[in-house]
Design a protein around this ligand. Structure first.
Ligand code: NAD
Ligand code: ZN
Length: 342
């Protein structure tokens, strides 16, 4: 099969012909139709310090995908050839305390698809049956291809009650953009989105932001005044991974405010702990999705009509992966899809 491979330590990816994956008795083999490019794939492609310490080449990259099942192992009875599926990209151990308690998102032994094991930027991908999500009828295939990051958005956006609350979202990358639609649907009052890139601010407005803010030129305190807010944001979703945005959120919360932190910083960040203490803020780290409550919530949200498709701005055949990665790297894009069908 054709696959995008990190062949050796260093920048770049190569499109190569590699053997089809072999499946075990508990596994499912999937013919990949469409994949989404994630920031993680960009880190692996460019071989930054995180990739250099994490990735062991050779490795097929990619974890956001949709496809149909072509073969199942002899133990698999719940899934069948032809089923339209995506994969939960966190492969958990099944043996630790948290896995045994049905809290698989807390598994300390998680292996990432396309990070710690061969991934989905290929014509075929194999996964344990415990990592398969069978899509509900009628789902759009492009939307299905990005259920993984949509799950990050849903898990973060619903980490705290937002009904009637004023919500700050920092970072309007694909995940922040999807989170806007989720908190709107969940009944937030004001949804203020802070994002330096103009292209992404425009997308944020389209996704339903009450107000979009350029953090390089506008102050969140002024925005609060303009909106008639008096006590600060009730909930913040940190989706940029930057120190400035996390500090900005802490400085603009109401007393008792709750901050869900999804963005992954490149290094340590010093914070104003006094404000966290005296304003009684809660900071909660979010990693991945809940298996499979978040997937269920996503399917419900899509069938209830929430539209995340405007987040997808570019489509390429897999053979043009270099152009696809360049589009994903530029700020002038939302989610970039690669097509693996003929
Ligand atoms: P992205 O990099 O496309 O989006 C981040 C956005 O933040 C960009 O649009 C950027 O312009 C913006 N930004 C930069 N500085 C800012 C500032 N000071 N204030 C506000 N916004 C600012 O990433 P994405 O794919 O949307 O993912 C969002 C974040 O979540 C990333 O940090 C990513 O690494 C992380 N992530 C975490 C998990 C997890 O499980 N915790 C999973 C996937 C992604
Ligand atoms: Zn485990």
């Amino acid at each position: 099969m054709q696959a995008l491979v990190k062949t050796e330590a260093g920048p770049g990816l190569r499109l190569e012909t590699v053997p089809d994956p072999q499946i075990g008795i508990n596994d499912v083999l999937i013919r990949v139709h469409k994949t989404g490019i994630c920031g993680t794939d960009l880190h692996i492609e460019s071989w930054d310090p995180w990739a250099a310490k994490t990735i062991k080449p050779p490795l097929i990259v990619g974890h956001e995908f949709v496809g149909h099942i072509v073969e199942v192992g002899s133990n698999v009875s719940d899934f069948h050839p032809g089923d339209l599926v995506s994969g939960e990209g966190h492969v958990t151990c099944g043996r630790c305390r948290h896995c045994m308690a049905g809290q698989r998102h807390l598994c300390p032994n998680t292996l990432g698809l396309g990070v710690g094991r061969d991934g989905a930027f290929a014509e075929y991908v194999a996964l344990p049956m415990t990592n398969i999500w069978h899509h509900w009828p009628g789902v759009d295939e492009e939307v299905a291809a990005i259920f993984d990051p949509f799950g990050n958005a849903v898990h973060t956006a619903l980490a705290f009650e937002v009904h009637g609350e004023d919500v700050l979202i920092s970072g309007a990358g694909p995940i922040g953009l999807m989170a806007i639609a989720v908190v709107r649907h969940a009944g937030a009052r004001f949804v203020v989105v802070s994002e330096p890139h103009a292209f992404r601010r425009a997308l944020a407005a389209r996704m339903g932001a009450t107000r979009v803010v350029d953090p390089t030129g506008q102050d969140l305190k002024d925005v609060q005044l303009q909106l008639g807010m008096v006590e600060g944001f009730d909930v913040a979703l940190e989706m940029s991974g930057t120190a400035a945005a996390l500090r900005g959120a802490i400085a603009n919360m109401a007393h008792g405010g709750r901050i869900a932190v999804l963005g992954i910083p490149t290094g340590e960040i010093s914070l104003d702990v006094n404000t966290i203490v005296f304003n009684q803020l809660t900071l909660r780290g979010i990693y991945g999705r809940q298996m499979y409550e978040t997937w269920y919530q996503m399917a419900v949200l899509v069938s209830a009509g929430i539209d995340i498709k405007p987040v997808i701005t570019h489509r390429f055949p897999y053979s043009e992966f270099e152009a696809a990665f360049a589009a994903a790297r530029s700020g002038d894009s939302g989610k970039v899809i690669m097509n693996w069908s003929e």
